[in-house]
Design a binder for this molecule. Structure first.
Ligand code: BJ8
Length: 430
């Protein structure tokens, strides 16, 4: 496959989207090389990964073309940055929802011309993509919907609004009854904003349909995650992370179908004893801040150091799919309440207190058969960084090997991280 894999280009389409085409035209080549060396060099990958490889080949062309065609057919496109923004309501209104978080170093310099340097690289990367006109997804969205989770995000939306219409959803920072009431109101405002842009009123049946579609996507990911917990691992952590990233920009019905096809293959692999690493391979749970495309840095370091990642406790990971919305509501009001209740279960460190997350990490550690926790924190993310203190205490209390890493998207610290990760893996091996 590595000889054939090529991320595709479509300068005509990019021009139409108002991108900086000369600058962007180097991107497919860079991504091709990175993907070949990080993903296609892996041994014994499941055959059904071919679909997800093709999604990467078409990331700047085929999928964008699909979205543009849908948009021209009357489906507006809404970009989001956080798993608290309910995509069910976008689907219900006949729109397309895309995650816009940035995981690339290449757009950071664009952002730093405007934003302070000492903020989270995920925010800078996303902001830089828009300012530099080097992300087709950012160019195709009709509006973006930010949220008030962390300070870096909520203040950046004020500036992002200068480049693309940016709405902001108020996410409370506590989970009391009064916070729930506010939250339901915010969900209703979101519904209204989506209806306005799509021109469609979302009635009971449409909402039920949106909930079913996204529940099915999350359920497919749950099935995949529980299969990958098998020891020996039937799929690598890098491939799992890639699928979790693609979940944010693929068409949800097709994506769920492909995930199930991969699951069927993994089922068979487990029966046949086929794996990507021997049973004795140290198993790592990664927790913490999300890893947006194409951030594969830590997983690549861990898996090149002789371990396998068996779980991502992350928003690009289990926080995205561990909970479904209860179906079978009787009224729109009840649908929105249940939707809100599901979203309130996401345990982002922006909340206080947030002890549910500590329990969740321990639970996932046990379910995944992990043998150590590496907590991943993006630089300047204060909430996850501070919460790592409690997570370390909980792990130490249970004798779980724990390591906290704080990093960004630059390659500068790769050697140093590799040394630390190797030492941690040795500690697990005993
Ligand atoms: S629900 S984790 S997707 S906010 S890493 S930008 S918090 S400084 S990404 Fe997140 Fe929603 Fe929470 Fe999940 Fe700020 Fe931290 Fe950066 Fe973050």
């Amino acid at each position: 496959m590595s000889g054939e894999f090529q991320v595709k280009s479509d300068p005509e389409l990019w021009e139409k989207l108002g991108m900086d085409v000369p600058r962007f035209s180097g991107m497919p080549g860079m991504l091709t090389n990175a993907y070949r060396s990080i993903f296609l060099s892996q041994k014994n990958r499941p055959k059904e990964m071919a679909y997800f490889d093709a999604m990467v080949e078409n990331i700047h062309t085929g999928r964008i073309r699909e979205i543009v065609d849908a948009k021209e057919g009357g489906k507006p496109v809404i970009g989001t940055f956080c798993v608290y923004v309910p995509e069910e309501l976008v689907v219900a209104a006949g729109g397309i929802c895309i995650g816009l978080c940035g995981g690339a170093q290449g757009s950071i310099a664009d952002a730093e011309k405007i934003l302070p340097r000492n903020i989270c690289p995920m925010v800078k990367s996303a902001f830089g993509f828009k300012v530099g006109k080097i992300c087709p997804y950012f160019q195709v969205v009709d509006l973006v919907y930010g949220e008030t989770t962390c300070d870096a995000k909520k203040k950046s939306w004020e500036l992002l609004d200068r480049y693309v219409p940016t709405h902001v959803m108020e996410i409370p920072q506590m989970k009391r009854e009064r916070d729930k009431r506010l939250w339901v109101e915010e969900v209703k405002d979101f519904k209204t904003a989506v209806e306005k842009i799509t021109g469609n009123t979302t009635g009971f049946d449409a909402i039920a349909g949106g909930i079913r579609t996204i529940n099915a996507k999350r359920a497919a990911l749950q099935r995949l995650n529980s299969l990958r917990h098998h020891n020996p691992s039937p799929i690598s952590g890098k491939d799992m992370l890639l699928i979790e990233q693609i979940a944010f920009y693929d068409e949800p019905v097709r994506f769920a179908k492909q995930v199930h096809e991969l699951c069927d293959e993994l089922d068979q692999r487990i029966r046949d004893g086929v794996a990507v690493a021997p049973k004795s391979t140290p198993r790592i749970l990664v927790s913490g801040t999300p890893m947006a495309l194409p951030n594969w840095k830590l997983h690549h370091i861990i898996e090149s150091s002789g371990a396998v990642v068996v779980n991502e406790e992350s928003c690009i990971g289990t926080r995205y799919y561990k909970d479904l919305i209860e179906e079978g509501s009787a009224t729109v009001e009840q649908q929105l309440e249940r939707l809100t209740e599901r979203y309130m279960k996401i345990d982002c460190s922006c909340f206080t207190p947030n002890d549910d997350r500590i329990g969740q990490v321990i639970q996932e550690y046990e379910e995944s058969g992990a043998e150590g926790v590496i907590d991943y924190c993006l630089q300047f993310c204060h909430t996850y960084n501070i919460e790592a203190v409690k997570l370390r205490e909980a792990c130490e209390k249970r004798g779980i090997p724990f390591m906290a890493i704080e990093t960004d998207y630059s390659p500068d610290d790769v050697g140093q991280l590799q040394t630390r990760v190797e030492a941690f893996i040795e500690q697990i091996r005993g």
